[in-house]
Design a binder for this molecule. Structure first.
Ligand code: ADP
Ligand code: MG
Length: 355
């Protein structure tokens, strides 16, 4: 290491917030090179891919959930939490047009967790494994000074000719999503509201019965296995794909940047569930803002060539929301009022000041 670099690192104290999540990943990894012949795809997509020979790929993705940042024990049942920790990782494998087969689970827990609590967590993990037909093949168990941290690694099978990355969108392609957006975010707002009410007045009952869909989308999401199975069955190969974990806007920017294209999405075509509409308005939030910036929907955002339009039209639960355009257009929303608005990629900022 150069002495100048070491001196800089000892004297400078740059706050990670100055870079943001993606800026920080970029800063730390931009000089990393792949030296192994088998490293087929490295950092920068939903999952990495390893060449197994004969056109076969192993697809790998990791995600970590931290108590107090990604979940709150006040309203996250441990069984749901275990289920969600698995599903969010499988979603990244499906986003590569690959099939998840195994997971490993690493857990750090503080002494407040009992064996019974961990049994609940594992019930959720096992339920997800059995529903998605993946094997739990290992992990790690350690202690944490405070709260729980769960990190899941998902491993899947893909093939070289079917792998779909964020980089292949072409001008003229159609932009699609596999389901409605914004519900998980509004579900979180509801749970947060009821938590506050409960903290102020513990004897009142939470009012969550009128929005079961929103609560389920937040606490027990599903991954888009059916869409990937459909692609295979109907011989449809998206040109690019990403899963919607940080919000539609953020993911559109990832595809636009990786593929060097612009994207225009029509506001009126963005699918939003009735319960999301109603509750968002109750919270005084524009429902489209929830869909664009909410996150945790775990739907797939993908592009297809115009020649595949008929195939996506027949695809169940798929919505065509926009077009891929020249890069100079940037990422824009064509509003219901008939205007083009530049989109902002807000997404989630995992780094809150002072943490
Ligand atoms: P996703 O939201 O699909 O899970 P992320 O936004 O977490 O993806 O990560 C984006 C890319 O950066 C992925 O390719 C991921 O593997 C990579 N990445 C994330 N964190 C790190 C890290 N600490 N070191 C190296 N690569 C990372
Ligand atoms: Mg992803």
């Amino acid at each position: 290491m150069e002495p100048g670099k070491t001196r800089d690192r000892m004297t400078k104290h740059t706050d990670v917030n100055t870079l943001g999540e993606f800026g920080l990943i970029d800063h730390l990894t931009k000089d990393i090179k792949l030296n192994q012949d088998s490293s087929f795809l490295g950092i920068g997509d939903d999952a990495a891919a390893i060449d197994l020979g004969g056109g076969k790929l192993m697809v790998v993705s990791t995600d970590t959930m931290v108590e107090g940042i990604h979940f709150d024990m006040m309203y996250s049942p441990l069984k749901h939490l275990g289920y969600k920790a698995v599903v969010t990782n499988l979603s990244d494998i499906y986003a590569m047009n690959a099939h998840p087969k195994q997971i490993t689970v690493s857990i750090a827990i503080s002494s407040k967790y009992t064996v019974e609590a961990l049994d609940e967590l594992y019930d959720g993990i096992k339920t997800a494994c059995s529903f998605y037909n993946v094997d739990l093949i290992g992990g790690d168990m350690t202690s944490s000074p405070r709260g729980m941290i769960i990190s899941v690694t998902a491993i899947g099978e893909g093939s070289m000719d079917k792998l779909v990355t964020r980089t292949g969108a072409k001008v003229g392609d159609i932009v699609c999503v596999t389901g409605d957006l914004g519900a998980a975010y509004v579900g979180l707002q509801l749970l947060e509201r009821e938590k506050q009410l409960y903290m102020n007045q513990p004897d009142i009952q939470p009012e969550l019965e009128d929005s079961p869909y929103l609560i389920e989308r937040q606490l027990k999401p599903e991954a888009c296995r059916a869409a990937v199975q459909y692609f295979e069955k109907s011989n449809l190969l998206p040109t690019s794909m990403i899963d919607i974990s940080d919000g539609l806007a953020s993911e559109l920017f990832h595809i636009a940047k990786a593929s060097n294209v612009g994207i225009i999405v029509e506001e009126a075509k963005v699918p939003i569930h009735d319960q999301t509409q109603l509750k968002a308005l109750e919270f005084n939030i524009d429902p489209i803002t929830c869909a664009l910036n909410g996150g945790e929907d775990y739907e797939l955002l993908f592009t297809v060539a115009e020649s595949d339009l008929e195939k996506v039209r027949f695809m169940p639960d798929v919505f065509i929301i926009g077009d891929v355009v020249e890069p100079a257009n940037g990422v824009k929303l064509f509003s219901t009022g008939g205007k083009l608005h530049a989109m902002k990629a807000q997404g989630w900022n995992h780094f809150t000041p002072g943490e």
